[in-house]
Design a protein around this ligand. Structure first.
Ligand SMILES: Nc1ncnc2c1ncn2[C@@H]1O[C@H](COP(=O)(O)OP(=O)(O)O)[C@@H](O)[C@H]1O
Length: 388
């Protein structure tokens, strides 16, 4: 596994050509000096008017009251205790920025809490800290570490279920009640959709259940390793078939399709949030959702989506998909952020763009709502931007 591990963190670029190369097993080495598009769709003067609304984003806090450690490959340090203090830094900023809501993109506490019998205590520590931060509503996403600590039914009955903040109109909930997905409208003309990236997964499903059996058969088609957390290969998109990932069921995709159809009709701008990235140029392949291609196909069949936000890949990532005009953002993980830095953002939303003010490892970005029919010169290809 050594060569595999070394290469696992390589990042690939996505385009018609690179997709072809990928299928041939070729790859582009991840680099801090990754290609910048000739004309990225973010280089426009900042608006001076007041934003329509503002929200905060934070990902992969992964708090645990334990000593620092490392990720599986021993390549990145994890600051389990410090993550709570970094959440405090974010809250101090948000006291000034006054976001009307917060997006918590999953993995709020680390799986080690389960081992230590500390799941409830750790969760209460983070939720208590979030509550102390003021009146902004928090929308929670579920990641793999939620399922290491709690069953799906426990999560549905917990404070991490923020679906009650969702809207019933014009489209209600997914057909199956155990899917954690909803949508809300923080401001007229803008809709946010929370998606359940572990709807089809071995995590959070009872081993006797039909859902577990189906997920096992799916992952087994691609991964023959005894340890299903070990990716099936060192290169290519199929690295994603690991047990720490999951996917979206047809029920959920059908529901998303209905939500986006209504949004298209009402000319809304939609931001989708979930734990797992779905665009291969916005993350390392090993962090992609199992059926990222199905989700991209739904997005591509609608005009309304402007942005997709995820966590999971602690190094973060970004690409602008010229085929759809959608910005794909993967937020840096708090748990792998050194105590003297930060990883969070405040997003100021205007009629024509979102202006993201990042802190520490999270870069500032302007995300123009540019429909693919109005491409920027030379900027219509999805390209990876430099991390810094
Ligand atoms: N290449 C790998 N081979 C085997 N197990 C792995 C591998 N990568 C991760 N794991 C295991 O998968 C689980 C999730 O990995 P982790 O790095 O904690 O996920 P996250 O990035 O969401 O924090 C952990 O138990 C970890 O040890």
């Amino acid at each position: 596994m050594t060569a595999c591990e070394a290469r696992m963190r390589n990042r690939y670029r996505w385009s018609g050509v690179s997709l072809l190369l990928t299928s041939l097993g070729s790859y582009w080495k991840r680099s801090k000096v990754a290609a910048t598009p000739k004309n990225p769709p973010t280089m426009e003067p900042c608006p001076e008017a007041a934003p329509l609304f503002t929200f905060g984003v934070i990902a992969d806090i992964q708090y645990a009251d334990i000593e620092d450690g490392y990720n599986f490959h021993q390549s990145s340090r994890r600051y389990y205790r410090s993550s709570l203090r970094l959440l405090g830094n974010a809250q101090r900023r948000w006291e000034e920025d006054k976001p009307s809501f917060l997006l918590q993109l999953g993995d709020i506490i680390d799986g080690f809490n389960k081992r230590d019998g500390a799941s409830e205590r750790a969760l209460e520590a983070v939720l208590g800290q979030l509550r102390s931060g003021g009146p902004a509503e928090v929308h929670h996403v579920w990641g793999n570490h939620e399922f290491y600590n709690f069953s799906r039914s426990a999560l549905l009955g917990s404070e991490l279920n923020s679906a009650h903040r969702g809207a019933e109109s014009p489209v209600g909930s997914p057909a199956r009640a155990d899917i954690y997905a909803y949508h809300f409208t923080p401001f007229p003309g803008f809709r946010f959709v929370v998606l359940d990236a572990y709807d089809v997964s071995l995590l959070g499903r009872e081993e006797q259940s039909e859902e577990y059996r189906r997920a096992l058969s799916l992952i087994r088609n691609h991964n023959q390793n005894q340890d299903l957390n070990c990716p099936p290969m060192c290169f290519g998109l199929n690295q994603r078939f690991t047990m720490f990932n999951g996917g979206f069921s047809q029920d959920q995709l059908d529901w998303l399709h209905s939500v986006l159809s209504a949004a298209d009709e009402n000319q809304e701008k939609v931001t989708i949030i979930s734990h797992l990235p779905v665009h291969p140029a916005s993350t390392t392949f090993v962090c992609l959702a199992w059926n990222f291609d199905d989700l991209l196909a739904v997005i591509r069949s609608h005009r309304s989506v402007v942005c997709y936000m995820a966590g999971h890949d602690h190094d973060g990532g970004y690409c602008w998909d010229g085929a759809t005009g959608v910005h794909h953002l993967t937020f840096e993980g708090v748990v792998e952020t050194p105590p003297d830095s930060d990883a969070f953002a405040t997003v100021f939303v205007y009629e024509d763009r979102m202006v993201l003010k990042g802190s520490g490892r999270t870069s500032d970005r302007q995300l123009l709502f540019r429909h693919p029919e109005e491409p920027a010169d030379g900027g219509s290809e999805c390209s990876e931007l430099s991390d810094d």
